[in-house]
Design a protein. Structure first.
Length: 397
């Protein structure tokens, strides 16, 4: 029974060997091909490991050096390049049939694999090598990013900081497009030009579908030209209120005060009213302080003086002649005397602004209490008229 099974296996191997695709090639050749590919992959991994270790050692010596960025950028593409080289070398161990032209017909005159396989084999190996170089170029954009960040850190404006991610994404997109066209049309010969030229109707559909993308692209150009805000500015765009984190070709990312990250299309930013809160020189507070009518004219005058003195004692309250604190007794309300108060706080720190308001409020309460001035609150006085139980009017006195 075992002998019959072995006979079947041997007959199957013999059938495979006689198959026309491997005719003329001994089995050991395919073993060598597999061995070459495995050796090339292992060599690639070893080189990658050595490059990464060299990058780590360099970073420990000089963290700001560009060499570690270069080494890390090429570490992974190296493995792909070794695989492509190994695949190309292994092709030399295969016997391909020789052909001749007889009556305008290609005829094989020797045993071996179809010559067309050799051509495809070569194209695939070259495509892998080309992909490795393209991948390395894509990763090496980090070096450009490194130098741009270094240059922009020397300037006070943050507009150039907005350009860094845009330039980085643009370079990578350009490299990716060139790599695809180079590999597909130049190496694999897929006739990309003919495909693109024959896609007239499809091109129109793509153009219609991409109109929003084009609008967002021109919106980003408008943002960089008009400079309505910079990175880290606090802005309000429509219903979105928060800090600008990033400006790209398609959208602007805003971090709200609640911590949410909102992505706003650049076309919407360009067509909306942008309120740049960070550009205000001061933060203004306007409030109405109400006191009771019992205070009288002297109490109202004293309350105004107390508020003015309180604002003078706080250093963060702006005292510039164009932004002086304003305090007036301006209205007789239904149940209170109204004192209008307005002042500006510097610098434009929202939390400092709230801290200053707290200090102003507490100091006013202390001084008002010391002077016997009471804050007013809505009250009603109800007068009851005494009527006789029989319904008759009470006699007039």
């Amino acid at each position: 029974m075992v002998g019959g099974a072995m006979a079947n296996i041997l007959s199957s191997l013999a059938a495979i060997y006689d198959y026309e695709l491997i005719k003329g090639n001994e089995l050991w050749r395919f073993g060598v091909i597999l061995l070459v590919i495995l050796i090339s992959m292992a060599a690639g991994k070893i080189v990658q490991f050595a490059i990464v270790n060299a990058a780590v050692r360099r970073e420990q010596k000089d963290a700001k050096s560009i060499i570690p960025i270069f080494l890390r950028s090429i570490s992974k593409p190296v493995t792909m390049a070794f695989l492509g080289i190994g695949l190309n070398i292994s092709r030399g161990f295969v016997v391909f049939a020789k052909t001749t032209l007889v009556d305008q017909t290609i005829v094989m005159v020797s045993d071996g694999l179809n010559p067309a396989i050799s051509d495809y084999w070569n194209k695939i190996s070259l495509a892998l090598i080309a992909f490795a170089f393209s991948w390395a170029a894509y990763k090496l954009v980090d070096i450009v990013d490194f130098y741009m960040c270094k240059l922009t850190s020397r300037t006070e404006t943050k507009l150039d900081d907005m350009l860094v991610p845009v330039v980085r994404k643009s370079l990578r997109a350009t490299i990716a497009i060139i790599a695809v066209l180079w590999i597909a049309d130049g190496i694999l010969e897929l006739k990309i030009k003919a495909i693109l030229l024959s896609a007239g109707v499809g091109g129109i559909a793509i153009a219609l579908a991409a109109k929003d993308t084009v609008a967002n692209f021109f919106g980003s150009i408008t943002i960089f030209a008009d400079r309505p805000f910079q990175i880290d500015d606090l802005v309000k765009i429509g219903d979105c209120y928060g800090q600008v984190e990033e400006v790209g070709f398609r959208s602007t990312k805003i971090r709200t005060l609640e911590g949410h990250l909102i992505t706003v299309p650049n076309s919407q930013v360009a067509n909306s009213m942008v309120d740049n809160v960070s550009k205000r020189p001061f933060i203004r507070r306007t409030s109405n302080i109400t006191i009771t009518y019992d205070a009288g004219p002297l109490g109202a005058q004293k309350a105004v003086e107390i508020i003015k003195d309180t604002l003078k004692d706080i250093s963060e309250v702006n005292t510039n002649k164009d932004y002086l604190p304003r305090v007036y007794f301006n209205e007789f309300n239904d149940c209170s005397l109204n004192i209008y108060m307005s002042y500006w706080v510097k610098p434009t720190d929202w939390w400092l602004f709230n801290e200053v308001n707290e200090r102003v409020n507490l100091e006013m309460m202390k001084r008002f209490a010391a002077e016997g001035i009471e804050f007013a609150f809505p009250t009603q006085t109800l007068y009851l008229k005494n009527e006789p139980q029989d319904g008759k009017k009470a006699p007039e006195k």
